[in-house]
Ligand binder design. Structure first.
Ligand SMILES: Cc1cc2nc3c(=O)[nH]c(=O)nc-3n(C[C@H](O)[C@H](O)[C@H](O)COP(=O)(O)OP(=O)(O)OC[C@H]3O[C@@H](n4cnc5c(N)ncnc54)[C@H](O)[C@@H]3O)c2cc1C
Length: 378
């Protein structure tokens, strides 16, 4: 109903990649981390990293439905660390370069990111500024033909392997949102360092870093757009980021439920399969109903985006629903697995660990509620 034959052919090629190149390696990557350069090269060759981007920079020039197909298929990955690392590359660190960057930045950074030759990261969060992005204190001060950057960033996905960062920094002391610049910062510049690789509860296949900037001279041409509009650009870039959690969630939740049903059908408790317990069957159906609702909200968002409409309200609602659904399904299904669910050898335990962060990262549930409340006028 929503996807045509071309979309389905594309879906088959992403599915093949997930089945052959990703899932068989997930166990090892959970232990050692993903070699992003190697994997992204392969994905770049297949055109997976620039689905919507202009063919001039190596993109496929396709629509939001193709992007949705791609993200849906990432929902079948056996863990969330790698999909998050991929979506940082495609939907979190590069949309602003595509939307507001110069041809120089597109040639130098977007094109190799699409080809999988350069790994990207998005550097917004700081030790003193997470939900309240405007509280960030990393500074970029103009000095001749460069900006000098001082400060630190934390919780940065792909931070240990990134070749460049899309970084938000304060460019003025004026109050309000027009005091920030968004920069493309190569990580081979003098004064940049990965101060710490962070040890996380979940998403163990992706690396997360604390970064330090000590008088890093970034060429002025690496500023995205206007030096006062970075905050506004980042708010728009967040919409591409937050959208990703919608398709990946309804697919992954369905997979989690399917694997749980397989388990409870064969698990005998009090002389009967667990699946005969009405309370469990009803619980699963309630979640399926929510999964279907989220899927259709997502397709509504895709239609809005395709029509050029602002979907901030619907994406914020969707991100909130998705995160809450994930937490509910991952935790509730682990409960149905009993003790086996708590064992690392059972995939549900990884989903449980990995999905917890979805109510925090990319804008916490409470931040999504604040956005919608503001837009509703209360
Ligand atoms: C695994 C991981 C990967 C990440 N990757 C990146 C990345 O690549 N790049 C990047 O820039 N950042 C990244 N982040 C940072 C992430 O976006 C922030 O953690 C998130 O925005 C929350 O900020 P904080 O952790 O500082 O929490 P805080 O801002 O300190 O908030 C703490 C809690 O307070 C509550 N809260 C917040 N605001 C409100 C409110 N208005 N009303 C009521 N309650 C509220 C929320 O429950 C929130 O969880 C990542 C984080 C994690 C954990």
């Amino acid at each position: 109903m929503y996807f045509n034959e071309t979309h389905e052919a594309f879906r088959a090629s992403v599915k093949r990649f997930v089945d052959r190149e990703i899932n068989p390696n997930m166990e090892a990557w959970e232990a050692e981390g993903v070699p992003l350069h190697e994997l992204f090269r392969k994905m770049g060759d297949l055109g997976f990293l620039g689905i919507r981007y202009d063919p001039r920079w190596g993109g496929q020039g396709l629509d939001y439905w193709f992007e949705t197909v791609f993200i849906e298929e990432l929902g079948h990955v056996w863990g969330w660390g790698l999909p998050v690392a991929i979506m940082v590359q495609t939907n979190m660190a590069t949309p602003a370069i595509d939307m507001f960057g110069s041809d120089f930045l597109k040639e130098r950074y977007l094109k190799p990111a699409i080809a999988g030759e350069k790994v990207a990261a998005i550097a917004v969060t700081e030790p003193g500024a997470g939900s309240d992005v405007a509280a960030l204190s990393t500074r970029a001060v103009r000095d001749g033909d460069a900006y000098v950057i001082n400060g630190s960033k934390t919780f940065i996905t792909n931070g240990c392997q990134a070749d460049f960062l899309t970084l938000l920094a304060r460019t003025s002391n004026d109050p309000g949102h027009h005091s920030y610049g968004l920069f493309v910062v190569p990580t081979d510049l003098h004064g940049f360092s990965v101060s710490k690789k962070l040890d996380k509860v979940g998403l163990r296949s992706s690396d997360t870093a604390e970064l330090f900037f000590d008088n890093v001279r970034v060429p002025a041409v690496n500023l995205i757009g206007n030096e006062r509009e970075g905050f506004i650009y980042q708010m728009q870039q967040f919409q591409h980021e937050r959208f990703t959690i919608l398709p990946i969630t309804y697919i992954a939740c369905r997979d989690i439920i399917d694997m749980t049903v397989t388990y409870i059908k064969q698990r005998i408790v009090f002389g009967k399969p667990l699946s005969t317990k009405q309370v469990l069957r009803h619980r699963l159906v309630e979640w399926l109903a929510e999964i279907e609702s989220l899927r259709h909200l997502t397709y509504h968002v895709v239609r809005m985006k395709t029509a050029g409409l602002d979907a901030t309200r619907e994406i914020s609602m969707g991100k909130l629903l998705a995160a809450q659904l994930l937490n509910k399904v991952a935790s509730g299904c682990l409960q149905m697995f009993g003790g086996m669910g708590f064992m690392n050898e059972t995939l549900i335990s990884r989903h449980f660990r990995d999905t917890r962060v979805m109510s925090i990262a990319g804008g916490a549930d409470e931040v999504m509620k604040d956005i919608v409340a503001r837009m509703e006028g209360f």
